[in-house]
Design a protein around this ligand. Structure first.
Ligand code: PMT
Length: 414
């Protein structure tokens, strides 16, 4: 929900700050979508260079990219104004090379090591991780030559993003559509995380959203959680290179590329999913607002209105505490959503639930807690002084939590 207090006063997150990304654009009808990809990369804080093939610039002119990004934009191998060996310079300073959209021809060139234009030469010159997002007609995509070339790239460690099934330039529906720009950017963030992130090789399980406990087939007992805090944690863990599983009650937002999502509804369903998925994890982060009580019995049919004197009475029973019962060698992080005595109540939960870290969340303060883009929290760990964070975007809160998780894991490994 945007428009909550704090939404427009807190700096937006910049998960790609300090990163330099070369966006290679090739000749495809989907090339116009690279404008949005470039814009999103730039908004995420990256310095973006754009390398176009001559064919790409027919679909998406270099001029337009120059208005979108702060880095070098070029479709010309022979112009030496930027650098006499632009492809070498671009490749050397890149943190990642993303080719989106990647045509069948460019995929073939990449597989064979042919460099005859700026993106393909940059691909040869760079040692940075590479992601390729194919876009083409479905028959072309299914061609054995294209598939073999993609396999070659995968075997070389190149990340292949998409394509998706959808309406194609031909008007037909099939597999070949460029992945959504949000997903392409999400994939680039995952690529960078897997390359040098503090949680690469780790597995993080996150819960998100509010559970719904059925009263009857149409009504439930619920809470105001939007899932945003949990989604931000999943994104931040993914950006640090972790394999991430999210058990949540809400549909994930676009851009959560690479995160395995399991949708659940009730506390009991969440409990079962967490129990099933916690094998081999390195950290469990319970951001979900799980019901403490549920109707003892859900009516089989919709409860009928029967007048003021016959108002139904709900009998509640306690749910199982998911995080308290979860035991293993993983780091356990809980949240405490409080409306009073924040630190005292959070400290009680920290020890009662056997947590390594609790995120004390004052859900009454402005711009904080349920539904907002931002959150104000204090981190509490056993034997440590509470660390209060300012009002931050939920992604930045998630980064602070994940940095603590990474430090805990590193300390345990020593
Ligand atoms: O989803 P958003 O709109 O972004 O809002 C974010 C949030 C406010 C929901 C989030 O920041 C938050 O505070 N989540 C925890 C909410 C909560 O249920 O807190 P609690 O104090 O009641 O529970 C303490 C901890 O025990 C939590 O980690 C909870 O997930 C866990 N728990 C609770 C009950 C239960 N049966 N099983 C549990 O594991």
């Amino acid at each position: 929900m945007s428009g909550a207090p704090g939404d427009d006063t807190v700096a937006p997150p910049r998960p790609l700050a300090g990163r330099r990304i070369v966006l290679g654009v090739t000749g495809s009808i989907a090339a116009y979508r690279a404008f949005e990809i470039a814009r999103r990369l730039q908004e995420a804080g990256a310095t973006v260079d754009v390398a176009l093939t001559p064919n790409a610039s027919r679909f998406a002119p270099a001029f337009t990219f120059r208005n979108l990004v702060g880095g070098v934009v070029s479709d010309d191998l022979w112009t030496t104004a930027e650098d006499p060996e632009l492809h070498v310079a671009l490749g050397r300073r890149a943190d990642a090379l993303l080719i989106a959209p990647a045509s069948a021809t460019t995929i073939a060139k990449l597989a064979q090591g042919i460099g005859d234009n700026l993106p393909t030469l940059t691909a040869l010159a760079t040692r940075a991780p590479v992601a390729v997002a194919p876009a083409m007609d479905s028959a072309m995509f299914a061609h054995p030559a294209v598939q073999a070339n993609l396999e070659t790239l995968k075997a070389r460690g190149v990340m292949i993003v998409g394509p998706e099934r959808g309406r194609l330039a031909s008007g037909q529906v099939g597999l070949g559509r460029l992945s959504e720009p949000a997903d392409v950017v999400g994939a680039t963030r995952a690529l960078l995380g897997r390359h040098d992130g503090a949680l690469r090789g780790r597995h993080v399980l996150v819960t998100a959203g509010g559970t719904r406990e059925a009263i009857d087939p149409v009504r439930y007992v619920g809470n105001r959680s939007s899932g945003r805090m949990g989604f931000a944690l999943a994104e931040a863990a993914r950006d640090r290179g972790a394999a991430v599983t999210l058990v949540g009650t809400q549909a994930p937002p676009p851009g959560l590329y690479g995160v395995i999502v399991e949708r659940v509804e009730s506390a009991e369903e969440m409990r079962t999913a967490v129990a099933r998925r916690r094998e081999g994890i390195d950290a469990l982060i319970m951001a979900a607002a799980v019901a403490d009580y549920r109707p003892a019995e859900a009516a089989a049919e919709k409860i009928k209105k029967a007048g003021a004197d016959a108002a139904p009475v709900l009998t509640l029973e306690q749910t199982t505490d998911i995080v308290a019962e979860a035991s293993g060698r993983f780091i356990k992080v809980g949240f405490a959503a409080e409306t009073e005595d924040l630190l005292a109540n959070a400290a009680k939960k920290l020890s009662a639930k056997g947590l390594d870290l609790i995120v004390a969340n004052d859900v009454r303060s402005e711009g904080s807690g349920f539904g907002s883009e931002t959150n104000q929290v204090t981190l509490l760990a056993p034997g440590e002084e509470p660390a209060a964070l300012p009002l931050l975007h939920k992604y930045d809160v998630a980064c602070a939590v994940l940095d603590r998780v990474a430090a805990c894991l590193e300390a345990r490994a020593r």
